[in-house]
Design a binder for this molecule. Sequence first.
Ligand code: DMJ
Length: 600
Amino acid sequence: MHSPSRKDFVSLTFTGSGNYNSKQWRRQSCWRKWKQLSRLQRNLILFTVALMLVCGIATYPAVTEHFRGKASKKITSLPLTCLLLQKQKRAPHKRGPPGLQNRLQKKGTGSDIQVEENPIQDAKKADKEEGEKPLMVANYLGVCVSEFDRLEAVRDAFRHAWKGYKEFAWGQDELRPISKSYGEWFGLGLTLIDALDTMWILNLREEFEEAKTWVSTELSFNKNVDVNLFESTIRILGGLLSTYHLTGDTLFLDKAKDIGTRLMPAFNTPSKIPYSDVNIGKGTAHPPRWTSDSTVAEVTSIQLEFRELSRLTQDTRYRAAVDEVMQKVHKLEGKQDGLVPMFINTNSGQFTHLGVFTLGARADSYYEYLLKQWIQGGQKETELLEDYLQALEGVKKNLLKKSSPNSLTFVGELSHGQFSPKMDHLVCFLPGTLALGAHHGLPADHMELAKQLMETCYQMYAQMETGLSPEIVHFNMHEGSIRDVDVKLADRHNLLRPETVESLFYLYRFTKDRKYRDWGWEILQNFNKYTKVSTGGYTSINNVRDPEYPSPRDKMESFFLGETLKYFYLLFSDDPELLSLDKYVFNTEAHPLPIWSSAE
Ligand code: DMJ
């Protein structure tokens, strides 16, 4: 804004005789003075008054929220976030937080899925109509949203998800929100346990208390049921341990010890590489029916939880079992530049299906847990760090490429020397993990790579018609491509996965670059627009490319409450002490566990 030039300066001097206290005199005098002003002076005054009015209206919600927000300890500051109008020429179609926007019942789908009018998508459509390039920027809106509003939006989303779970699936594993029923996997109240610490962190105490009552009165692990070792470790054992740490309530530690002990038979194999499945009632374990292999990511991503259980109970057996797995994998043949194959045999203890390398499904959290165990243990276990650093060099050498036309950095796959530009959404944990490593003193170029990959993961959402990422994308690499990302028909689903939001949280914490929050806000709005079910809950969808009919899958995964919503909340929170990354390390299901002090 320019400062007013001398000639535009307006001086108002009131003179005259008579009773200057009389209203009549004042009115006449002001009017006379007003008439005496030049047109320019009058316009200038009117403009200034209008400007002050607009500023007042724009800042009013932030100011009132600020005073309201003082009641909440967690919200320490309240900047007003205004997404910049990068395309100034286009007026936003709608303004205001999602709660104020019209909600439309989707026509013709016969489902209860809610479709909210979405200014982001409207703006994107307008872009396409104008014949512009595929989208590469996030900020399309003139929407001003305070951090308080964003945190409240996450709490609203959680409450809505919980409402569906409570009404139609209470105490069961997963909500089926469209059919208003539930699905069972292990029969252990998976969603409820996965969501415990999220409720605590979001300060939803009423919901937490009713869930706690269920844990204390209904939850029993003495059941003749087969459970997957990895899934029950990261979701149930991890969830119980972190809830114990946050609340100090020994109910959760007792339950954690119970399930941890019941999972131990999985390690009774010839190689000490655990089986994938355990019957927690009978105390027996077995591999899947069709093979004696286990998945590498599964056997190497249970360590944070069992190590912590040993520390808390002073029973060394848990830690000994999982440390032995890591020591064996550390020495194994069959890696390529630190990259691991996807399968390992429980009899021989050797990798199988050699020559195939990915950072996606079946290998992903191996890399994540190398770094996180090193952090958990106070950065003393150098073998873990060496394996992590070597693997990253392997990623750079073998899997990292650029897309066309926008040169997005992505992580592809390798099969017997053949590169494939395929990237799972699961790989989007990597920007966050890289940033976490850099924060703990690893090379600064890890942070640079984290930022590049973060942009790519965001584009996996932004370039889709619903603004939601598919499960798998293929990047274009040949010159002259029109778009960076292609999606095969079978890969168009979205399971409400957390990885991109998780990474946005880490990137924001470490860089304080507000664009990461704005990207997250965009994604949350699109979850609300395309996956929210009016009668309660959120649903996975089949087709992120069809905003008219995304085709609900009728399933709300437990990680939507355990991870996705928790990371949204942490992303929008301004409190660096809310689960400080110098004190906690998150397991691969977003359950925070303490970093051990150097004495341990
Ligand atoms: C979660 O169970 C965990 O994050 C796991 O590491 C990967 N898959 C899901 C979420 O996508």
